[in-house]
Design a protein around this ligand. Structure first.
Ligand code: AMP
Length: 146
């Protein structure tokens, strides 16, 4: 059985390249569709929800910057259609699962740093996405930088 629609979760750092490349390689022989998703986490969420200042302008800047980076990825990877780029606010796990369900994706692709020790306790997006995923999940091992 081959996959038909891969959903690649991108953090928009340079680390997303190996993750996208792996997904494209996997999709190539069967002509499977590849979609990209990035989630902008609400700043108030990152600061614990109770911030005594207006973060809306900063949040908008963050969203605009993410949009620009998504556009750059679109230009870099011609196999991806513009309509298959998804940029949304929220919590990564929840939004990735939701999108995978809505678009009938059969494989979610994420990067994984293979954390261990204390870093493992802090959790990772790859781990988080795996739990309760509506389809298969591929964790692409990212090499550590010194
Ligand atoms: P992390 O565990 O946060 O280091 O991220 C590992 C992988 O999770 C990344 O390579 C992406 O595949 C995915 N990821 C992390 N943050 C996001 C995000 N905000 N939106 C989409 N995917 C993300």
């Amino acid at each position: 059985m081959s996959y038909e629609h891969l959903l690649v979760a991108v953090d928009l750092t340079e680390e997303c390249d190996p993750v996208i490349k792996r997904a494209m390689k996997l999709a190539e022989p069967t002509g499977a569709k590849v979609s990209l998703v990035h989630i902008v986490e609400p700043m108030a969420m990152a600061f614990g929800g109770d911030v005594p200042m207006d973060l809306s302008q900063l949040q908008q800047q963050q969203f605009d910057q993410a949009k620009e980076r998504m556009q750059r990825l679109f230009l870099k990877y011609p196999g991806i259609q513009h309509g298959d780029l998804h940029l949304t606010y929220g919590q990564p796990r929840q939004e990735i699962h939701q999108l995978a369900k809505e678009h009938n994706c059969d494989l979610i692709v994420v990067g994984s740093h293979g954390r261990h020790g204390l870093a493992l306790l802090l959790g990772s997006t790859a781990n988080d996405v795996l739990h309760g995923a509506p389809c298969d999940v591929l964790a692409v091992r990212l090499l550590k930088k010194d």
